[in-house]
Write a protein that binds this ligand. Structure first.
Ligand code: SAH
Length: 276
């Protein structure tokens, strides 16, 4: 099967009504990347996606300083071939902002693994609290990181990154999920093991809930305050353990996301049109 050398997320408008045989012209940034950074040539294949689940294989027909154009060969993942890279389990990740570039690490890795939507938030013990312009720049950077991870991993869904919210906002959204999991390190076996493991709870969900949407909520470096854990439980979340070792927030996020998304291999039927 032909494979794309590079992939680009384009705006949905640019891919509207695109069909086999159509010519598409790449926007400036992607064109620059093709011609100058990776130096592809006429005849080579790229893939373009609208970030909303549609993606096309494109054969380059023109690569020069003024324009990069190609012919659409067809869908990149033809239906029925079982190559759709999007997970059948819808997992959203809410995570407390982390110091340095650790939030970006979480976003990049969790996008590759298949998270559907990101919801950064500030909680009682969150250390980094950007305001105004710094906050907007941070959110922009988050979206750029996710986009790059989508392009690298061959996904067709550009996972949205919501504006940085409060923990209260996250709590208020619990009812729109089939299940909410709040990994809480005080739930770990070393602290008495009073809470069950994430997978133990996931596997006892009713069959329809296995596909989600599921929400994982990961705390900051200092963890959740006990009142926050209690509020989450009260709002309907499952407080769960990720095992007997304390993980750093970014490890906990990636590990928890991996556990839930690894279950896709065991779910037989795929509901259609699940990713929104
Ligand atoms: N303040 C804590 C560590 C917090 S770990 C301490 O130093 O003891 C940061 C986040 O990762 C937590 O909020 C939790 O969501 C998650 N986490 C880490 N290890 C975990 C575990 N073993 N079980 C459940 N959640 C864990």
């Amino acid at each position: 099967l032909p494979r794309a050398r590079q992939r680009y997320v384009l705006s949905p408008e640019r891919l509207e009504g695109v069909h086999r045989g159509a010519t598409i012209r790449l926007p400036k940034e992607a064109a620059h990347h093709v011609a100058r950074v990776v130096r592809l040539r006429e005849g080579e294949l790229i893939a373009v996606t609208d970030g909303g689940g549609r993606s096309f294989l494109v054969r380059l027909r023109r690569v020069d300083a003024r324009a990069v154009e190609g012919e659409v060969l067809g869908p990149e993942y033809p239906e029925g071939e079982g190559r759709d890279p999007e997970a059948p389990v819808a997992v959203d990740l809410a995570f407390a902002l982390l110091k340095g570039d650790r939030s970006e690490t979480v976003l990049a890795l969790a996008t590759e693994i298949g998270v559907r939507r990101f919801r950064p938030f500030l909680s009682a013990r969150t250390v980094v609290r950007p305001e105004g312009e710094a906050r907007r720049r941070r959110e922009e950077r988050f979206r750029a990181v996710v986009r790059e991870a989508v392009e690298l991993s061959g996904r067709t869904h550009l996972s949205p990154v919501e504006p940085i919210a409060s923990f209260a906002d996250v709590l208020a959204s619990f009812s729109s999920y089939a299940a909410v999991f709040v990994p809480y390190e005080l739930a770990a076996a070393s602290h008495g093991g009073v809470y069950p493991h994430l997978l133990e709870v996931y596997r006892t969900l009713p069959p329809a809930a296995l596909y989600g949407p599921l929400l994982l909520v990961i705390g900051p470096e200092g963890g959740f305050a006990p009142e926050e854990a209690e509020a989450a439980r009260h709002a309907g979340a499952h407080l769960v353990s990720l095992g007997p070792r304390i993980l750093r927030s970014e490890t906990a996020a990636v590990y928890a996301v991996s556990l839930l998304l690894s279950e896709e291999a065991f779910l037989s039927a795929r509901p259609s049109g699940e990713v929104s």
